[in-house]
Design a protein around this ligand. Structure first.
Ligand code: ADE
Length: 269
């Protein structure tokens, strides 16, 4: 009886450890170096916020199985970057950046932390932030991606088998830069009616690094492999492009990002 209990307890501990290791692997980690902000991204979390895609001409890309294909020039990471969280609990959060949305308290997270650290390192100046806040204020409501119409074309005659075709045209904005691109896509809301604007940062596979900081050569992903991406003085402008994407995504994103930049500015003074 006692032996069974010990075995059960040991199994529970092992399962719990494996669960924690998996949760840690999926986290996007942000680390500050002397002259760069380094982000650690999971490569094989195919259902998570970071996915490997093959480039396509329409810009949407095709998801690939990272452990089955040699990841190289044709591939990129599509990262649904976050900027806030309801409770600051891990090192990717910035408790100094605290703001409210519709009465709910939010803390800075991922993009907020990266910009906060980039300002601390001098990769982005407080002047850049002031300039961005002014630009965000000038975006007119009609320019928001969420205000763009979704066109639905219904064919007038159904085919012989009785099926009628409907074509949906969803707007997508892409800003291509020398460091990667940033996209705003309209997606169907998951728990409500209508569409929401989603922001994705697209990083070429050729620009990611191995855990030791050296360039990652083309190869299939190893189990639970993580890669690094660095924001430094050469590509800090890419961060401002991401800010602009959120500013154009919707009124709510625009307001949130303005609040976040104002907080970063406050703590930099
Ligand atoms: N809110 C926080 N991060 C987001 C993202 N990447 N796209 C849309 N909304 C978000």
């Amino acid at each position: 009886m006692r032996k069974n209990f010990v075995i059960l307890f040991a199994l529970f501990c092992l399962t719990f450890r494996a669960f924690c290791a998996d949760a840690e692997y999926k986290l996007v980690r942000v680390e500050t170096l002397t002259n760069a902000v380094r982000v650690r991204l999971p490569l094989t979390d195919v259902t998570g916020k970071v996915r490997v895609k093959e480039k396509t001409v329409d810009g949407f890309g095709i998801p690939v199985a990272p452990s089955k294909v040699s990841l190289g020039r044709k591939h990129y990471l599509e990262w649904q970057i976050g900027y806030d969280t309801p409770d600051a609990k891990d090192i990717t959060d910035v408790p100094e950046i605290k703001f409210t949305r519709k009465g709910e308290t939010k803390y800075g997270h991922e993009l907020s932390k990266i910009i906060f650290e980039a300002v601390r390192l001098g990769l982005i100046s407080t002047n850049d932030l002031l300039h961005e806040i002014e630009a965000l204020k000038k975006i007119r409501p009609a320019e928001f991606e969420e205000s763009q119409p979704v066109q639905v074309e219904v064919s007038t005659n159904s085919s012989a088998d009785g099926f009628q075709s409907v074509v949906q045209r969803l707007p997508q904005f892409t800003k291509t830069t020398p460091h990667g691109s940033v996209q705003i896509q309209l997606k169907q809301k998951q728990r409500a009616v209508g569409y929401q604007a989603m922001v994705y940062v697209c990083i070429p596979m050729t620009d990611v690094l191995l855990p030791d900081g050296t360039p990652r050569p083309p190869a299939k992903a190893k189990s639970k492999e993580t890669v690094l991406y660095e924001f430094n003085s050469a590509n800090a402008g890419f961060l401002l492009d991401i800010v602009q994407a959120f500013g154009k995504a919707s009124q709510q994103h625009n307001e949130d990002i303005q609040k976040i930049l104002a907080k970063i500015l406050e703590s930099a003074r």
